[in-house]
Design a protein around this ligand. Structure first.
Ligand SMILES: Nc1ncnc2c1ncn2[C@@H]1O[C@H](COP(=O)(O)OP(=O)(O)O)[C@@H](O)[C@H]1O
Ligand SMILES: [Mg+2]
Length: 280
């Protein structure tokens, strides 16, 4: 069953067409990676999905409802169902609240009146993303980047979304931490039937978490298919270039996240060894 269907989406910033006739669909429980170079329009698509920005043409049909034409009032009860996770949630995590309260907040917004129930649910969510119970009373600055990202994911999950939009959610993390977060995401999807739109400039990381890939260049999708196909047999020259810069994704495709990390780390080490050999 289709959860999200984007058709003929166009988003302009003044005269500049950042998204130019983009169409894709995502089944409930499915996962699509949106991959492309910086500036290709990925975040603009994400912003249009949560209506931080209004498209100039096209439709975004979510669970049968076109979000682009809904009034604010009719959109409001749907908002919680699409949650965004950003590159570094630091800015969006209230520095004065501890992790448990940060995660409990959306549960309160959803109408849960019992503080005990909210705190218990927040503790469960933090546990699900692999944070120890000692994390509950700590504040954002006391966590590492990877841990903060997990809090951001737990907070997004607290809204009970159907769709998670992850915009470069692991890109700022170093390779082994990135892999841990990817592994958590893969587990959550398998266990909870979540649907992911996973945005990344790195074609190498998508094999771990998504079944489908759409490749974006200058606001247009140039190639779309199963992750395995696109990684193994990229058709477009641009995709081939992304693939080369993504550190041997063919090795990575189809593997579990833990193995992905090792493959990425090994490829990076080989590359930097080659670079320093070339420099000397
Ligand atoms: N607020 C904005 N105003 C004007 N141009 C923007 C704005 N945000 C993004 N752009 C431009 O739109 C294009 C797509 O940007 P973006 O969606 O952020 O790409 P990506 O997330 O793939 O890096 C780029 O050319 C960028 O410079
Ligand atoms: Mg972006």
């Amino acid at each position: 069953m289709t959860l999200l269907e984007v058709s003929g989406l166009v988003v302009q910033y003044g005269e500049h067409r950042a998204v130019d006739d983009v169409s894709f669909q995502l089944d409930r429980g499915g996962s699509l990676a949106l991959v492309g170079e910086s500036g290709s329009g990925k975040s603009t698509i994400a912003r249009a999905l949560v209506r931080l920005i209004r498209p100039s043409a096209g439709s975004i049909v979510f669970d049968g409802v076109d979000l682009t034409t809904l009034s604010e009032r009719r959109l409001r009860p749907l908002r919680h169902r699409i949650q965004m996770v950003f590159q570094d949630p630091y800015g969006s995590l209230d520095p004065h609240l501890d992790a448990q309260h940060i995660v409990a907040e959306p549960i309160a917004v959803r109408g849960e009146r019992s503080r005990r129930t909210r705190d218990k649910r927040a503790a469960e969510l933090l546990d699900q993303v692999g944070l120890p119970s000692s994390a509950l009373t700590r504040k954002p600055h006391e966590f590492s980047g990877g841990q903060r990202q997990r809090i951001g994911i737990a907070r997004a999950l607290a809204s009970e979304p159907d769709l998670l939009v992850l915009d470069e959610a692991t890109s700022a993390l170093d390779v082994s931490v990135q892999a841990q977060v990817l592994e958590i995401l893969a587990t959550l999807r398998a266990e909870q039937g979540l649907t992911y739109l996973f945005i990344s400039h790195n074609l190498g990381v998508v094999g771990a978490v998504t079944e489908q890939v759409a490749v974006l260049r200058s606001g247009q999708i140039v190639e779309q298919g199963t992750t395995a196909d696109v990684l193994q047999r990229p058709q477009h020259e641009y995709t081939q270039r992304l693939r080369r810069s993504a550190l041997e994704p063919a090795l990575i495709s189809g593997r579990k996240p833990r193995e992905v990390v090792r493959a990425i780390a090994a490829a990076r080490a080989a590359e930097s060894a080659a670079e320093s050999a070339a420099a000397s």
